[in-house]
Design a protein around this ligand. Structure first.
Ligand code: ASP
Length: 292
């Protein structure tokens, strides 16, 4: 253990200037502090990612988990993806209904099945078989956290929100996870980048990445894995690689941001949307949390 742990998390790139994010910023800072304490005691990157994302999902403050919004059919279909960089393992769920923590279901897919992704009714019946927490009354459970963010999407773009976390633990293991309610007004059955390994989430031995933004563009550019490939095959620096991928997304007409941590614990959190709720613990112990 070299104790050089670092972590970053985000609460979505759907942040809008007309809103006050003090509550979310305080919440994210608290989660970073809790994660720091677990990492100092030797916690695994993957465990910290899952615990942090479960807390983001359960808070109801972000457009993921409890804060998700319904699709055009009035249903809450959620996506989540998780990746362990050292083992190269993946777990994901798409269009999952009825469970409190989609990232917990993604983890169960990783650890209790030979598959990497389960979708829809099959994902729900698998989650039930694992005894994962079910939503008893969706009407009372969901908070529709981002409704006021969806009022003024720039340029008619699809408003959205997501949570994610990337960790480099004290043993140098990297892990990434992302969880979302998707974009507002999405069609039934729509799946974004969030659960797709390489699009909205990626971890290998060099970097862990979690994306947020208009998922269709992140899928089209294989955004998260592209960052990893730029580091690996083009020898680029972390920030340079991420900015190049975001530039590609912008040139296609998309918007969003991403967070990443590399094997040395370096963190970058670039975005080209109006804002991105985010927080980080740097290797020197410095904590930052902001929305713009
Ligand atoms: N990327 C997510 C999706 O398209 C939304 C977001 O990040 O805000 O489902």
């Amino acid at each position: 253990m070299d104790h050089r742990f670092a972590l970053a998390l985000h609460g979505g790139a759907g942040a809008r200037r007309h809103r006050d994010y003090r509550r979310e910023i305080a919440h994210m800072r608290g989660l970073v502090e809790a994660a720091r304490d677990r990492l100092a005691r030797g916690a695994f990157a993957l465990d910290v990612v899952v615990e942090t994302i479960s807390s983001l999902e359960g808070s109801g403050l972000y457009v993921a988990g409890r804060g998700a919004s319904p699709n055009t059919a009035g249903r809450y279909e959620l996506d989540a993806g998780l990746m362990d960089g050292r083992a190269g393992e993946v777990g994901a769920v798409a269009a999952l209904e009825g469970f409190e923590s989609p990232i917990a279901v993604a983890r169960a897919v990783m650890q209790a099945t030979p598959h990497v992704m389960l979708a829809g009714a099959g994902a729900a019946s698998f989650a039930r078989s694992q005894g994962l927490a079910e939503i008893v009354d969706p009407g009372a459970w969901f908070t529709r956290a981002g409704q006021d963010e969806s009022n003024h999407p720039p340029g008619g773009a699809l408003a959205h929100g997501t949570v994610g976390c990337v960790v480099r633990d004290g043993e140098g293991r990297l892990a990434a996870g992302t969880s979302t309610g998707g974009v507002f007004g999405k069609l039934a059955g729509r799946v974004g980048d969030t659960p797709i390994p390489g699009a909205g989430v990626w971890a290998d031995q060099a970097v862990a990445v979690s994306c947020t933004g208009q998922g269709e563009y992140f899928i089209r550019t294989v955004a998260a894995a592209q960052v990893g490939m730029r580091l690996r095959f083009a020898g680029q620096e972390l920030r340079e690689a991420m900015k190049a991928v975001l530039g590609e997304i912008r040139s296609l007409g998309g918007e969003g941001g991403m967070i990443a941590v590399d094997a040395d614990g370096r963190i970058a959190m670039p975005f080209m949307s109006e804002g991105m709720k985010r927080a980080a613990l740097h290797v020197d112990g410095r904590i930052e949390a902001e929305a713009f």
